[in-house]
Design a binder for this molecule. Structure first.
Ligand code: ATP
Ligand code: MG
Length: 566
C-alpha cells in the first residue's frame, strides 16, 4: 500500500483523490462528486478536524464537486448550538464554504425511523430488553462467537409495538434497544447484532422532545450520506472496521445507480498536545485553560486567537499529507509553517518585553528625532513608519551583561552596540538600587553614527531593538508555550493527562511598545513581529488604553547570527 501511495502522489494526487478520480472516470453515481464534513456538535473543532476539512472540501473543489456540512447531531446529551456556531465560523475562517448545503443528521430522523420500522417488518431488526452489560457479555470475542439474545426471535408485531412505545417515552433510558438481526458469530464484531437505536430523554437542540429514540452512529451515518446524495464519505482510519456495516446498511437503500462509498485516511496526531474532544472539554470545564479558544489549545479557535493564519494551517496539512497508516506529527512542523507565513505578512515593530532603562548622557534633553523603520522587508511596497528616538530609552534587560563572556556582542560596560535604525551607543556606567538590581544604564551615543551621517558605516558587532521611554506604550504580553511538557500525553498510561500540563505554558509580562505598534494593537487580527522577540497579535481582551498581545510564536533566529544590516 505504501508503495502504491507513493506512485499516486508522484502524479500529484493523494490516494483519496486518486480513488475519487477513478470513480469519476468510471462514471459512477452518474459522474457526480459530493463529499461531506460531518462534525458532531459536541465540542469545538481542532487541528485534526482541519485536516479532515481540507480533505473533504479540497477534493470536492479539485474535481468540481460539492461538499456538504452535516452536523452529526444524534446524541442530544452532549450537543449544543454553541458548538454548531463555532464549527461554522471555524470552517469559514479556514477558507471553505458549503453554500446552502448545511444539513443535520436530525433532519433525517423521520426517514431513519421509517427505515428501522421497515427493517423490523422484514425481520431484520428486533427490540432487546437486556441491559447494555448483558448485551456486552454476549458479544463474544474476535475468536469466539457471541450468543443470541433471548429476545432475538420476537414477533414482528411485538417488535413494532415495543419500538413505537420506546419512542413514545414509555420506557426508561437503558431499558431497551433496537438491534439489527445480522450474525452473532460474524468474524466482524460490528456485525454481531449492532445496536441501531437507544432511548434518550434529554431534549434535542433542534428537534426538542419529538424523539425519545436516537439512532447510533453506524445506523445514521451511511443512511444520512445516502439521503444527502453523498458519493464519497471520507473519514479517518478508525472507521475501517465499520465499513462493512456501513455498506450493509446502505444497501437497504442504495442500488447500482447511486451508492455512497467510504474511504479512510490517517488521523492527525500532534506532539505536545491532546486531540480528544473529551479531554479538551475536561480542560475547559475544569478551568485548566481559559476556554475552548485559549491560545494554547489545539482548537482552530485557539489557534486563530493565538495569531496562526489559516494559510499556515493549510500549508502544514499539505506538508504532512494523507496516508493509510497512523503517525504522530511533530508540532514543530506546524510552528515552522506558522513562522513561514507570518514572516511574509507580519509588520515589523519594536517592543521591549523585559525592559531596562538607558540614559544617553550626551544626548540633548528634550530633543526627539524621528527614525524611519521598514514595515516589512519581505514585502515590497509595504513602506516605512517613523519611530521617536530620545535621551531615555528602553532596551531588553537580557541584552546587557555586567560581566559578559567573551562572545557576548550585546551591551556591556565599555562595549558598543548599534540601536537598530539609529545610533551606536557605549555603556559608561551601571546604576543599581539598594538590593543590587540594575535600574539604569548610563551610556553615551556617537552623534555621527546614524544613517546618512559620516559615521554611519562604522561597524559594531551587535544590534539591539529599543523604544523611546517617554513615548513607549505599556502592554500586557502573554507568552505562550506548548500546553503539555511530554511529547505524547495520550500514550502515557501511568499518569493522568492533566498532570502532564506544562506549568510554563503561559507567562505574562509587561512590555514597552513603540507608538506605531500600540496603534496597530488596537486592530483585531493584526499580525506583528516584535523584532528579535517573536510574532504577536492583539488579544480579544485588548481595550483602548489597555493593550493585550498574544505571542503567536517566538522567532527562531535573532539578529546577532543573521548579522545586522545597519
Ligand atoms: P468524537 O467522535 O470522539 O466526538 P471526533 O474527533 O471524531 O470525536 P467528529 O465531530 O466526529 O469528532 O469528527 C468529524 C470529522 O473529523 C470525522 O470525519 C473525523 O474522522 C474527523 N476527524 C476527527 N479527528 C480527526 C483527526 N485527529 N484527524 C483527522 N480527522 C479527524
Ligand atoms: Mg467521531
Amino acid at each position: 500500500m505504501e508503495e502504491e501511495i507513493k506512485n499516486e502522489e508522484a502524479k500529484g494526487l493523494n490516494f483519496v483523490e486518486q480513488l475519487v478520480k477513478e470513480d469519476l472516470e468510471a462514471g459512477k453515481n452518474g459522474g457526480r462528486l459530493n463529499t461531506r464534513f460531518p462534525p458532531e456538535p459536541n465540542g469545538y473543532l481542532h487541528i485534526g478536524h482541519a485536516k479532515a476539512i481540507c480533505m473533504d472540501f479540497g477534493v470536492a473543489e479539485k474535481f468540481g464537486g460539492t461538499c456538504n456540512l452535516r452536523f452529526d447531531d444524534t446524541n442530544p446529551v452532549k450537543e449544543d448550538v454553541e458548538y454548531v456556531d463555532s464549527i461554522r465560523e471555524d470552517i469559514h475562517w479556514l477558507g471553505f464554504d458549503w453554500g446552502d448545503r448545511e444539513y443535520y443528521a436530525s433532519d433525517y430522523f423521520p426517514q431513519l425511523f421509517d427505515l428501522a420500522v421497515r427493517m423490523i417488518k422484514e425481520g431484520k431488526a428486533y427490540v432487546d430488553d437486556q441491559t447494555s452489560e448483558q448485551i456486552a457479555a454476549q458479544k463474544g470475542t474476535p475468536t469466539t462467537p457471541g450468543q443470541n439474545s433471548p429476545y432475538r426471535d420476537r414477533s414482528v408485531e411485538e417488535n413494532l409495538d415495543l419500538f413505537t412505545r420506546m419512542n413514545a417515552g414509555e420506557f426508561e433510558e437503558g431499558s431497551r434497544v433496537l438491534r439489527a438481526k445480522i450474525d452473532m458469530a460474524s468474524s466482524n464484531m460490528h456485525f454481531r447484532d449492532p445496536i441501531m437505536y437507544r432511548i434518550i430523554k434529554t431534549p434535542h437542540h433542534r428537534t426538542g422532545t419529538t424523539w425519545k429514540v436516537y439512532p447510533m452512529y453506524d445506523f445514521a451515518h451511511g443512511q444520512s450520506d445516502y439521503f444527502e446524495g453523498v458519493t464519497h464519505s471520507i473519514c479517518t482510519l478508525e472507521f475501517v472496521p465499520h465499513r462493512p456495516l456501513y455498506e450493509h446498511f446502505v444497501k437497504e437503500l442504495a442500488d447500482e445507480s447511486y451508492c455512497p462509498r467510504q474511504i479512510e485516511f490517517n488521523r492527525l496526531n500532534l506532539t505536545y498536545t491532546v486531540m480528544s474532544k473529551r479531554k479538551l472539554l475536561q480542560l475547559v470545564k475544569e478551568g485548566l485553560v481559559a476556554g475552548w479558544d485559549d491560545p494554547r489549545m489545539p482548537t482552530i479557535s485557539g489557534m486563530r486567537r493565538r495569531g496562526y493564519t489559516p494559510q499556515s494551517i493549510r500549508n502544514f496539512i499539505d506538508t504532512i499529507g494523507y496516508t493509510k497508516y497512523e503517525a504522530l506529527n511533530s508540532v514543530s512542523l506546524l510552528e515552522h509553517a506558522v513562522r513561514d507565513d507570518l514572516n511574509r505578512i507580519a509588520t515589523r515593530v519594536m517592543a521591549v518585553v523585559n525592559p531596562v532603562k538607558v540614559v544617553l548622557t550626551n544626548y540633548p534633553e528634550g530633543q526627539v528625532e524621528e527614525v524611519e523603520m521598514e514595515n516589512n522587508p519581505e514585502q515590497e511596497g509595504s513602506g516605512t513608519h517613523s519611530m521617536p528616538f530620545s535621551r531615555e530609552l528602553y532596551i531588553e534587560r537580557e541584552d546587557f551583561m555586567e560581566n559578559p563572556p567573551k562572545k557576548f556582542f550585546r551591551l556591556a560596560p565599555g562595549q558598543e552596540v548599534r540601536l537598530k535604525g539609529a545610533y551606536i551607543i557605549k555603556c559608561e556606567e551601571v546604576v543599581k538600587d539598594a538590593d543590587g538590581n540594575i535600574t539604569e544604564l548610563r551610556c553615551t551615543y556617537d552623534p555621527e553614527s546614524r544613517s546618512g551621517l559620516p559615521g554611519a558605516s562604522r561597524k559594531v558587532k551587535g544590534t539591539l531593538h529599543w523604544v523611546s521611554a517617554g513615548h513607549a506604550v505599556d502592554a500586557e504580553v502573554r507568552l505562550y508555550d506548548r500546553l503539555f511538557e511530554v511529547e505524547n500525553p495520550a500514550a502515557e498510561t501511568e499518569r493522568d493527562f492533566r498532570e502532564m500540563l506544562n506549568p510554563q505554558s503561559l507567562i505574562i509580562a509587561n512590555a514597552k511598545l513603540e507608538p506605531f505598534a500600540a496603534a496597530l494593537g488596537e486592530k483585531p487580527g493584526e499580525k506583528l513581529q516584535f523584532q528579535r522577540i517573536g510574532y504577536f497579535t492583539p488579544d480579544y481582551d485588548t481595550k483602548p488604553g489597555a493593550l493585550v498581545f498574544n505571542r503567536t510564536i517566538a522567532l527562531k533566529d535573532s539578529w546577532e547570527k543573521a548579522k545586522a544590516k545597519n
